[in-house]
Design a protein around this ligand. Structure first.
Ligand code: AMP
Length: 401
């Protein structure tokens, strides 16, 4: 492939379009931007290229108008797309259900399948479909590829994917564990072995993707064997604003005894829970400041967050049998040495021995365990856009072959 080829990576949300023009060979973003508040009175567009950011405030009626503005900015401030050798558009898709085990070249049928999965991804899939329709219309000559957040987990072992509920109900309504953040878990668990110079087939890994959303995965020989998100990205770890695991009876209790509707409880568990629910803050930088000032609820939020993380590390260690690598990634995982230290504290009997000096500070990639720690612990930056761009290129090259 031509090293100066690029892929336009698009993440189309219900009222936003996030995009990045990626050089998949150099592994770099050439330009990036965000269209926000589509359909509202005043929308906004931000486009960054070559160290400069251009912003516009204007009404943006729909995704088509948003995308036209983006294409206009590429021509106006650069880089001009017709000079950028755009070989594919890669669309991030949150829910691929049990259908998609890998990326798919987009045609009418694939769009219809993604649309049909909307009941399982009501907040995301309809918006992805809109983004695909618009981008296909505006860039008709560029092949488009859908990359699924669930694909890495499509073939989880049945015992990890199945909820212990009435089998007929589960089958009829497609209730199973699909996972999420799969593009990140796959990218990190396949890049870390290269970084360590060890074959992926030989490694048992736990990946902790700790961003505003947070998830853990257990990966054996490069294949996912368990993950913490389930039917939706609400299950599992405590997150910025999401509860993660709770007793499902909390829902019945709040509905029956607090008079809350299902929509109220959905909002509570997705947007008013997690560390924000306990402390009022969903950003870890603010949470640590509160902890330092002696705020008891912030301390409790941090303790609950770390307690859940440890539970998953222990559980996945047991599932894997032997653990070789523990990786921290995403906003919190890459930047928050306090959380990393707290999550690993006391896990020496499991072979996890952190080196406090190596752990200190932000960024990576870096090994943060001691040289003789049986488990290698790392900080490894995720790059979902690059992963999407690379997968898109693989799909179009395979289609050509
Ligand atoms: P992400 O969803 O991966 O972009 O992660 C966003 C989250 O990362 C934020 O909400 C913060 O909680 C966290 N974060 C970002 N930078 C830092 C930092 N320097 N220290 C601690 N947490 C950070």
């Amino acid at each position: 492939m031509n090293p100066s080829s690029t892929v336009l990576v698009v993440n189309s949300g219900s009222s936003s379009i996030k995009y990045q023009l990626v050089d998949p060979v150099a592994g770099q973003a050439v330009a990036s931007g965000l269209v926000e508040r589509i359909g509202e009175k005043t929308g906004a567009v931000k486009h960054s290229h070559a160290g400069q950011t251009t912003t516009r405030q204007l009404a943006i009626a729909d995704h088509e108008e948003g995308m036209r503005i983006v294409l206009g900015l590429f021509e106006e401030v650069g880089p001009a797309l017709h000079d950028s050798n755009v070989v594919a558009v890669g669309h991030r898709v949150v829910q691929g259900g049990a259908v998609f085990a890998g990326p798919a070249l987009i045609d009418d049928e694939v769009v219809a399948q993604i649309d049909a999965l909307s009941p399982l991804g009501p907040l995301h899939n309809p918006a992805h479909v809109t983004g695909m329709r618009v981008t296909r219309r505006l860039l008709p000559d560029v092949p488009q590829v859908a990359v699924f957040d669930t694909a890495f987990f499509r073939d989880l072992p049945a015992e990890a994917a199945t909820y212990a509920i009435d089998a007929e109900v589960a089958a009829q309504h497609q209730v199973r564990r699909y996972g999420a953040h799969g593009t990140s878990h796959q990218f990190v668990s396949h890049e870390v072995p290269k970084y360590l110079g060890r074959p992926v087939e030989e490694l048992n890994q736990i990946v902790l993707h700790l961003g505003n959303g947070a998830s853990a995965s257990a990966v054996a020989g490069g294949r996912a064997v368990d993950t913490s998100m389930g039917l939706t990205p609400l299950e599992g770890l405590v997150m910025g604003t999401r509860s993660g695991d709770i007793d499902p009876a909390v829902v019945f209790h709040l509905h029956r005894n607090a008079g809350m509707s299902i929509d109220d409880i959905d909002d509570l568990l997705n947007r008013r829970s997690g560390i924000k629910g306990i402390s009022g803050e969903n950003d870890f930088r603010a949470l640590h400041s509160l902890v330092q000032s002696g705020d008891a609820s912030a301390k409790l939020a941090l303790d609950v967050y770390v307690h859940r993380l440890k539970k998953y590390i222990g559980a996945y260690h047991a599932i894997l049998g032997r653990l070789d690598v523990l990786v921290f990634t995403a906003g919190v995982g890459e930047n928050d040495d306090i959380v990393r230290a707290a999550a690993c504290a006391g896990l020496e009997p499991l072979g996890i021995v952190l080196d406090p000096a190596r752990n200190e500070g932000r960024g990576g990639p870096k090994v943060i365990s001691t040289d003789d720690s049986p488990v290698t612990v790392l900080v490894f930056p995720t790059n979902e856009e690059l992963a999407i761009a690379r997968q898109a290129v693989e799909v179009i090259e395979a289609a050509k072959a």
